[in-house]
Design a protein. Structure first.
Length: 320
């Protein structure tokens, strides 16, 4: 057995290669253990793999088999002629990862939910105190500070709830018209756009295969950030491109204050802020939600930027 064959055979992922005629070219030990030998392999996986031959596009999905959760990636292997010569399929067991994610999501949701009631009480009573006229100046200032802190904590609890809902739910994918999605985002942000004198410039758009509510939430966060982190009247450009393999790339470009290169990975982490709340208000969780939405769709969210030169966010979504 040569080195490459040994690597293929001993891989922990279940891997198979199928020809365009549906015949199985090869399957490693993990794949045979999962599906069995012989005809059962052809019967159970051929149809999905033949779809890749027809579409010429890679796809990623999660499937449940034998009480386990599997991340399944299928992609065409092109011959020298440029035609599809075979389909490579990889099944990866992600059961433990998904269980850990669900446990974390449940904990986050519970904490955020339980925090809301006491925060409502603190907010209500501190609001009443701040409105009283018989308090001296120091007491009035203290009541106002408590109200501000409680309101900020309440916004944070709501943001954590939003995060946990995204993290705990598989996207319900459908064909989403980006123009209509952007219309709804623009309606929700109409007041902020008018207040800042902002405009949204639409380039080539079209449709993507995604969860409509999650995609709109992602767009809303990116556009809202563009309105917030800008010194002058904000301009936001939105456009879509598509690669030859069907990958969609959605761009949201602003003319804001920009992001230093050393912080461009950090901004997608939970509770990360580059500026003080006093100067730029926010929860520090919006871009983390956006990044999580991209990941749940099997895609990615990246940014290219430099200080003072605006930022361009790129959402990559795999082909349907």
């Amino acid at each position: 057995m040569d080195f490459l064959t040994a690597v293929f055979e001993d891989n922990d992922d279940a891997i198979c290669v199928r020809g365009t005629d549906g015949a199985l070219i090869g399957a490693n030990r993990a794949f045979r253990d999962l599906f069995g030998d012989g005809q059962s392999i052809a019967d159970r996986t051929r149809e999905a793999e033949m779809d890749v031959v027809v579409s010429r596009q890679a796809n990623t999905a999660e499937e449940h088999l034998n009480n386990r959760v599997w991340s399944v990636k299928r992609r065409p292997v092109l011959a020298d002629t440029g035609e599809v010569g075979a389909v490579l399929t990889r099944w990866r067991d992600v059961t433990q990862q998904r269980r850990a994610e669900q446990d974390l999501v449940h904990y986050e949701h519970m904490v955020a939910h339980e925090l809301q009631e006491p925060l409502r009480v603190v907010t209500a009573w501190s609001g009443r105190l701040s409105e009283r006229h018989d308090l001296d100046e120091d007491a009035q200032a203290l009541a106002t500070r408590v109200l501000d802190a409680a309101s900020r904590a309440d916004r944070m609890a709501k943001a954590i709830l939003a995060w946990s809902r995204i993290a705990g739910r598989q996207p319900k994918r459908e064909v989403v018209a980006l123009g209509k999605a952007l219309d709804r985002v623009q309606e929700k942000l109409a007041e902020a756009l008018a207040e800042r004198g902002g405009v949204i410039i639409r380039g080539e758009l079209g449709s993507v295969f995604a969860d409509k509510r999650q995609l709109e939430l992602l767009l809303q966060h990116l556009v809202a950030n563009a309105l917030t982190y800008c010194e002058g009247p904000p301009r936001v450009d939105v456009w879509l491109t598509r690669d030859d393999d069907g990958t969609s790339r959605l761009f949201v470009k602003d003319e804001g204050i920009g992001i230093p290169p050393e912080y461009q990975d950090r901004i997608f982490e939970l509770y990360q802020r580059l500026h003080s709340r006093r100067r730029y208000p926010g929860s520090g969780i919006g871009l983390a939600i956006c990044s999580r939405i991209a990941a749940r769709h099997g895609g990615s969210l990246t940014v290219s930027s430099s200080t003072g030169a605006g930022a361009t966010f790129e959402l990559t979504l795999p082909a349907a």
